[in-house]
Design a protein around this ligand. Structure first.
Ligand code: GAL
Length: 668
């Protein structure tokens, strides 16, 4: 993280949206601002896609509309998170420099007419994006409404990988810096296989479409290279903003949601002053709220535990899923407060006013097509009022947990590579299983990048970390030797940093730590199920494992690894344990296993609560706040007392949280 110590952009919890006034005639703006005041909005992101409006021809600027809107917002006491507009370059720039458009792995060049249509390695976009950033910083950086910078938008969302000739040259440059010479690259990529040997860097291309399986080392390096290119783009824009307006914080909206992993966000955190994130539910997922909690915990991990900002989510339906279900009454409030519970000091939406035209006109907004007289706007105002009452929470943190769960973007990239033992091994599945089980048990967890320091954690969970940081085994041994519990699951620690198998029996990186040696993977057929001797049920995977220095806690009772260990524990003097699980457990079995691991470490829930009641604490020097979000259709008891800031009433231990409702207690 940057060392920025300035003020949060709002006094209380930030509340607002992306605001795109350029989509509306001026008459609407005054109504916008008065509705914002009615709803309690205090921050809007402006100008994200406005480059074409601001600079309709090269060097000719139209600022009057932005001048006017900034003054209007300022007059109403609404702060602005001003964007650099690089997510949507103007048409003239595309026409002048068609070489800036990205090219896919099949060699097809995209066309302008949407957004993010640029190759991140293009010097053209770098030049023009930093130029317009400077123009905006110089003109608006001291406007009193402007509270922070929003660099571009969801970097790499649509243009994450480009295979054009410019990218190819940049990739070769990048490789030249990673490898001493081309022989070192040949060794790392295993090019002796299929005679892929290179005799000079000049022969190397991005992993464009090949006849069959491409070289995995090349693929993995291309992921790293592409991610680094976006980090460099962010750095370039942020450097201009910091040079001109050192007083303003800089952010960029991450996409820590679902399966997006085009950027290693961990590498961007030193470049931002406030971590912010966009989150959209997959509407048909009945456990979408658990996915939301997982995302929010990952963001807090990236933010080093400090408050972060929910930059976008939706008031109701989105428009880009197959079936865009509207949110149920009360769901927006629950979703928003889940993010706040897990460390966000803001609740912002895409977007303020639902568009009348354009690609996203069926995406909900704070002001829907129906206008002010609508349930959506009424629930927006209700949310604004609740957030107003939660102002005192701002700046508090989710206390550090004793439990950590590790994830890593490079491991994800490597795990996605082609021709692996089973398509049913999907990188985040086991992480989600474990996080979901902790959520149901009411146990707080810090979801951390695998490079994070592990001091102070008593339980560390390492799900399917196929490619592990080279020092991780030592850090995990440290946890175990001070009496902590470490749980590693199958398909972890298999390869080195270049995706070459660590020989001598899997999991090469963790064999000694765990006291196990796997001779052969034995994945299950589609929908295959195995039973273990302790009554648990496995799916997806099994292994032919030998316990070399660990106690066998359960063996496979059937399936391709019948009679072999499925769950082991290497015990260390002082109570430490290194657990290894070689299958994907079903829900009840994960819960039972975690119960054993947590009780060995003496970890308790935040507040013992019934399933479906999500309970999270935030605290500061001045107090603590307990968020209780009821995801069920039944009123559920909350065993804690204080003042419920949502209803403004006192709450005694055992009083109920209404079905599908939320209680936020200022604790006694
Ligand atoms: C985000 C994006 C917004 C809008 C929104 C719709 O990914 O940043 O501009 O497109 O999705 O859900």
């Amino acid at each position: 993280m940057s060392r920025w110590t300035g003020r949060w952009p709002t006094d209380g919890i930030a509340f607002g949206a992306d605001y795109n006034p350029e989509q509306w005639p001026r008459e609407v703006w005054a109504e916008d601002v008065s509705l914002m005041q009615e709803a309690g909005v205090n921050l809007v992101s402006l100008g994200i896609f406005s480059w074409g409006q601001l600079e309709p021809e090269e060097g000719r600027f139209e600022f009057d509309w932005l001048d006017e809107i900034l003054d209007l917002l300022h007059g109403a006491g609404i702060g602005v998170d001003l964007a650099t507009p690089s997510a949507a370059p103007p048409v003239w720039l595309h026409l002048q420099h068609p070489e800036m458009l990205p090219v896919d792995a099949d060699g097809l060049r995209f066309t302008h007419g949407s957004r993010e249509s640029w190759c991140v390695s293009s010097p053209v976009i770098r030049h023009h994006a930093t130029r317009i950033a400077r123009v905006l910083a110089e003109r608006y950086g001291h406007h009193p409404a402007v509270k922070m910078w929003h660099v571009s938008n969801e970097l790499a969302c649509h243009n994450g990988r480009c295979y054009c000739d410019v990218s190819a040259a940049a990739f070769r440059d990048w490789l030249g810096k990673q490898y001493a010479d081309v022989d070192a690259l040949n060794l790392a990529w295993g090019t002796a296989f299929w005679g892929q040997r290179y005799t000079s860097f000049e022969q190397i291309l991005p992993p464009r479409r090949t006849t069959t399986i491409p070289n995995p080392g090349q693929r993995l390096d291309f992921e790293r290279f592409s991610s680094d290119a976006f980090v460099a783009h962010l750095e370039a824009e942020a450097a201009v903003l910091r040079e001109v307006t050192p007083h303003l914080p800089v952010t960029t909206n991450y996409m820590v949601m679902g399966d997006f992993h085009q950027i290693d966000y961990q590498a961007t955190t030193p470049l931002v002053d406030i971590v912010s994130n966009d989150h959209y539910l997959w509407a048909e997922n009945p456990r979408g709220w658990a996915e939301l909690a997982f995302s929010a915990d990952r963001v807090r991990g990236l933010s080093g535990g400090r408050p972060w900002l929910l930059m976008e989510h939706s008031t109701s339906a989105v428009n880009w899923q197959p079936r865009n279900l509207a949110k149920e009454p009360g769901q927006m409030l629950r979703n928003s407060l889940q993010h706040v519970a897990r460390g966000s000091d803001g609740v912002l939406f895409f977007q303020w006013r639902q568009s009348r035209a354009g690609a996203e006109k069926y995406h909900s907004g704070m002001v829907p097509h129906a206008g002010r007289d609508s349930d959506v706007f009424r629930s927006v105002t209700e949310l604004g009022a609740v957030l107003g009452r939660l102002a005192e929470v701002r700046g508090s943190v989710v206390p550090r947990s004793r439990v950590a769960l590790l994830w890593d973007t490079a491991a994800w990239w490597a795990s996605d590579l082609e021709a692996h033992p089973s398509v049913d091994v999907q990188y985040l599945d086991v992480a989600r299983d474990l996080h979901g089980a902790l959520l149901d048990a009411g146990v707080a967890v810090d979801v951390l990048p695998a490079s994070a320091a592990l001091d102070g954690y008593d339980v560390v969970l390492v799900p399917t970390l196929y490619l592990a940081p080279s020092d991780l085994s030592d850090r995990l041994s440290g946890v175990v030797s001070r009496g902590g519990q470490v749980l590693v699951t199958y398909f972890s620690g298999i390869v080195d940093q270049a995706d070459r198998v660590i020989l001598g029996g899997y999991p090469g990186a963790f064999r000694d730590l765990l006291g196990v040696r796997v001779e052969e993977f034995a994945p299950l057929p589609a929908d295959g199920v195995v039973s273990l001797s302790d009554g648990s049920v496995g799916t997806v995977w099994s292994e032919r494992l030998v316990a070399t220095g660990a106690e066998v806690l359960a063996t496979f009772a059937d399936g391709p690894s019948a009679g072999r260990p499925g769950l082991t524990r290497r015990s260390v003097e002082g109570g430490g344990g290194a657990w290894y699980l070689s299958t994907r457990l079903d829900g009840p079995s994960v819960a039972a296993l975690l119960d054993r691991v947590l009780s060995d470490a003496g970890v308790e829930p935040v507040v013992p609560s019934p399933g479906g009641l999500e309970v999270v604490r935030r605290s500061s020097d001045t107090g603590s706040w307990l968020f209780a979000i009821n995801h069920t259709g039944t009123d559920l008891p909350l065993r804690a007392s204080g003042t419920d800031l949502v209803r403004g009433a006192s709450h005694s231990s055992g009083d109920r949280v209404p079905a599908r409702g939320v209680v936020v207690l200022r604790e006694d």
